[in-house]
Design a protein around this ligand. Structure first.
Ligand code: CP
Length: 315
């Protein structure tokens, strides 16, 4: 088992190596089990450290789970929501200059930005580690570690899985980052189910095939659901469309109901990064395969592990 991460900054799922996943899942499990026994036992691990939490785009889970994780490790928080309107970015300050400044006030930075490359521009001049908490349509690396942890928790393995991804696969940053990491584990079968205008990027499909995985692109999930170990639902994101009409054309295309789960494996895990809109009916929440609320809860333990290892060894 490795003892340190291979990266200093976490800007992309591409920064994460297989040994990092092993280390982070192992540490997450220790925090998960440990927190159940005594939630105060980790309060010394980030004592005296400050995390800057900079959000330029709406968030519930990522922001609060990172902030809860830092508190659970005994650290302190500087927090900024609505970064575009309540920081000096509004006066014309660049993200690069903001990186120079905020890294002088903190030991680690967690940042969400609506533009691809926004977090990278900040990180370029930051003197402390920066974690991408979701930028634009392509990257959400900490969500991917969380998704892997949840899959492993319920499936007891990460290889040889049949995984269905449903919804917005074009702008869905959680899907883009997660498939990058699932590719490390052999013998996967991927079902990508979307409206034709929201397909996964062709280079990502090729990447998975090049790694020896089976890939199917489908228009509906009903016929393949009985094959799946994991069903990863996603929201069609209104904020990624240029017009309301374009969004209306594709929204509500896939809706998971109790009935659509009639033929699923009893061991199926239904995941969703959340928030959901209409793609999972509330009636599914009581189904034994519905694990998306557990997934959100696990975010604290995963982010404790990420913060702990990224802060470890830094003066
Ligand atoms: N999963 C996720 O990124 O949720 P939030 O947008 O609420 O942070």
């Amino acid at each position: 088992m490795p003892v340190a991460l291979s990266f200093d900054q976490l800007l992309s799922a591409k920064d994460i190596q297989k040994q990092d996943i092993d280390l982070l899942l192992n540490t997450t499990d220790r925090f998960h089990q440990g927190m159940k026994a005594d939630a105060s036992q980790f309060l010394h691990l980030a004592k005296g450290k400050i995390m800057a939490s900079l959000f330029f785009e709406a968030s519930t889970r990522t922001r609060f789970s990172f902030e809860a994780a830092m508190y659970r490790l005994g650290g302190e928080i500087l927090t900024l929501e609505n970064g575009g309107s309540s920081s000096s970015i509004k006066k014309g300050e660049t993200l690069s200059d903001m990186g120079r400044i905020v890294s002088g006030y903190s030991d680690i930075v967690v940042m969400r930005h609506p533009d691809s490359g926004g977090v990278k521009a900040f990180a370029e001049y930051s003197t402390v580690p920066v974690i991408n908490a979701g930028d634009g349509p392509m990257e959400h690396p900490t969500q991917s570690i969380l998704d892997l942890y949840t899959i492993h928790y319920f499936q007891k393995k990460l290889e040889g899985l049949s995984i269905g991804f449903v919804g917005d696969l074009k702008f869905g940053r959680t899907v883009n980052s997660l498939v990058q990491l699932l590719a490390f584990f052999p013998n996967q079968t991927f079902y990508f189910i979307s409206h034709p205008t929201l397909r996964l990027h062709p280079e990502k499909i090729q990447f998975l095939k090049d790694h020896g995985h089976r890939v199917y692109e489908l228009d509906q999930f009903e016929n393949s659901i009985s094959e799946m170990d994991v069903l990863y639902m996603t929201r069609v994101q209104e904020e990624r469309f240029s017009t309301k009409e374009a969004y209306n054309e594709v929204k509500n295309h896939f809706v998971l109901t109790k009935e659509s789960l009639n033929k699923c494996k009893p061991t199926l895990s239904i995941l969703h990064p959340l928030p959901r809109v209409n793609e999972i009916m509330p009636e599914v929440d009581l189904h034994p395969s519905a694990h998306y609320f557990d997934q959100a809860t696990f975010g604290v333990y995963v982010r404790m592990a990420i913060l702990f290892h990224m802060l470890e060894g830094r003066a």
